[in-house]
Design a protein around this ligand. Structure first.
Ligand code: SF4
Ligand code: SF4
Length: 429
């Protein structure tokens, strides 16, 4: 196992990398916003444990420090997933992540539910898993359960969370932004984005988004979550910018539930930032303000922040072929098996802004100033002067991340530290 040396990586112009491995594209949920839902007909695949181990070895060799096992539904492959997380830990990967749509938490009223969750928590706690997410789509339980197709699952998650916490696991709630965020009263279209050019004014659109995000954060905190993350809208075809993308990761769709126009996105990122600030004292919210600032500006004025590191430090491996891509959305760029792909530079690597996949865009924005500090200190000073709000938010993010123990899902939140952020929004503007 190679010793970690982040400074060396940054000196080479790189960031601590991340590899997202789609363990399987099988799924048992009905999410209308996703091309892998149970109703979609396409040949389903799962990676073999031996192939995944080879990828993990190559990742450790290349200094990649974060491996996420995604799906489909990774917990449908739990018997492979658990030993693979052990394997990644032994290979020296520090940040091991996975998540679930929550199907195991259905039917909490049935006998044996608590025993089943205890066994699962014990099994996961014995691995080096660091972060474990549970997807939640809406602040309204019935809406979430209808979208996922899992009746009663919210009550099951509520019962499961204290059990996980008793084993030292603090799952995060993962929100994929969608118009059902608040419940049956869907987020309206911003005029003229709606069908037939219909829609509401910017003020009403923002008010509804704000109320949706706020309700959502309060809802998950009341359920018992202490960490949250927000996945930006996954549609890539609502605007011209996404036309050259060909998603190899099926978690995208053309559904209007997850489609937002460029004008809507400009408001969305701005309103989300406001809501994140207001709720940082309630939850550990990973979503960085500097990234939301950059995305807001990108959609508002075309000003670009730090380019995405997909294909440079971050990669995606699909379940269908076990091949590597710069990300889940650049399916035209097949880099082959991960253990060979360090020789194949991705096209446009380091100059891509084509989507808002938070898994890659957020860490690219967070790590950009660190790389500049080492390689372009004068350029950094110039940029700081030109866009001081971005860098002020970046420093705030770093302080907040420290107070959140860098979102360590094996440690409880520290309420006294988070309380410092209770009034932050009043001073933020
Ligand atoms: S979003 Fe996740 S849980 Fe829902 S259908 Fe897609 S892969 Fe399955
Ligand atoms: S911005 Fe990043 S995640 Fe999106 S298409 Fe480009 S490389 Fe991929």
């Amino acid at each position: 196992m190679k010793p970690k040396n982040y400074f060396n990586l940054i000196r080479q112009g790189r960031l601590p990398g991340q590899l997202i491995i789609q363990l399987t594209d099988r799924c048992n949920a009905t999410c209308p916003q996703c091309g892998m839902n149970i109703h979609e007909h396409f040949p389903r695949h799962s990676l073999t444990p031996d192939a995944v181990k080879r990828m993990i070895d190559a990742a450790a060799e290349q200094g990649i420090d974060a491996v996420s096992f995604t799906g489909g539904e990774p917990f449908m492959a739990l018997d492979d997933l658990v030993p693979l997380m052990d394997y990644a830990g032994s290979a020296g990967i520090t940040y091991i992540r996975t998540g679930t749509n929550g199907f195991l938490f259905r039917a909490p009223e049935k006998p044996g539910f608590a025993d089943r969750v205890h066994r699962l928590a014990e099994k996961l706690a014995a691995t080096p898993l660091r972060n474990f997410w549970i997807s939640i789509d809406s602040a309204d339980p019935a809406t979430h359960e209808r979208m996922r197709g899992f009746e009663g699952v919210i009550r099951g998650i509520e019962r499961a969370l204290p059990i996980f916490q008793a084993y030292g696991l603090y799952p995060s709630a993962n929100l994929g932004i969608n118009r059902n965020l608040e419940g049956p009263r869907a987020i309206p279209f911003l005029k003229p984005s709606g069908p037939d050019g219909k829609g509401v004014s910017p003020a009403i659109f923002r008010e509804r988004l704000h109320s949706g995000f706020d309700r959502f954060f309060r809802f998950i905190a009341n359920l018992g979550f202490s960490i949250a993350n927000v996945c930006y809208p996954m549609s890539i075809d609502s605007d011209k910018d996404g036309d050259d993308l060909n998603a190899v990761y099926g978690a995208t769709a053309t559904s209007s539930i997850v489609s937002f126009s460029k004008r809507e996105k400009a408001h969305l990122f701005d309103v989300l930032a406001k809501s994140v600030v207001e709720n940082r004292s309630r939850l550990r919210i990973f979503t960085p303000l500097c990234s939301l600032h950059a995305l807001h500006r990108q959609f508002q004025s075309g000003h670009r922040g730090y380019a995405c590191r997909g294909g440079l430090d971050y990669f995606f491996v699909d379940a269908a072929r076990g091949h590597t891509y710069p990300c889940g959305y650049r399916g035209e760029e097949d880099l082959g098996p991960f253990w060979n792909c360090s020789d194949v530079p991705a096209v446009n690597a380091g100059d891509c802004y084509a989507c808002e996949w938070e898994c890659f865009r957020d860490p690219s924005e967070l790590g950009g100033p660190l790389r500049d500090l080492r390689h372009h200190p004068l350029g950094l000073m110039r940029q700081w002067k030109a866009d001081a709000p971005f860098y002020r938010k970046w420093l705030k993010d770093l302080r907040y991340y420290r107070d959140c123990d860098f979102f360590d899902g094996r440690r409880p939140a520290r309420p006294t530290r988070l309380k410092r952020y209770a009034k932050a929004h009043l001073m933020d503007n």
